[in-house]
Design a protein around this ligand. Structure first.
Ligand code: MG
Length: 157
């Protein structure tokens, strides 16, 4: 068994869609980034890559590459699964925490789990997604950013 950790944070800005776990949430601001800035999926990808002893997300999907501009992170997640498969790993489970002051994440968690489980070819029960606020503290509390922490457990095939 191999464990990995992932973390990501993106700024909230006007004029961008808010995409989390492949779900578009209604919000006055969205996350800024080269891709769709899906902070949940980026955290998960780094946890998976780390557990496999691979390099970080920026190594495989550099934000200087036009090919990844505004790309759906679901596609990047599927590519990450290919990297795991190539290295003979399979996913045991994932767990994640989204840290966001708004909007309310809870109503969308089932849909996020479905998107992630479809992309990673695992069951929704193998994925934990939780959400918490930052109690008004710091840049996340001031609604300037959304962050995600994730852990992943892999086993050798
Ligand atoms: Mg990111």
């Amino acid at each position: 068994m191999r464990i990995g950790i992932g973390y990501d944070i993106h700024r909230l800005v006007e004029g961008r869609k808010l995409i989390l776990g492949g779900v578009e949430l209604k919000n006055s601001k969205g996350l800024l980034g080269h891709s769709d800035a899906d902070v949940l999926i980026h955290g998960v990808m780094d946890a998976l890559l780390g557990a496999a002893g691979l390099r970080d997300i920026g190594t495989y999907f550099p934000d200087t590459d036009d090919k990844f501009k505004n790309i759906s992170s679901i596609i990047l997640l599927k590519e990450t699964l290919k990297l795991l498969e190539k290295n003979n790993f399979k996913i045991v489970n994932l767990d994640c925490v989204i840290v966001a002051e708004e909007p309310k994440i809870n109503p969308f968690i089932d849909e996020m789990k479905k998107n992630l489980s479809d992309a990673l070819k695992i069951k929704p029960e193998q994925i934990g997604i939780k959400a918490t606020t930052n109690e008004g503290l710091g840049s996340i509390g001031e609604k300037k950013a959304i962050a995600c922490q994730a852990v992943a457990l892999l086993e050798a095939k």
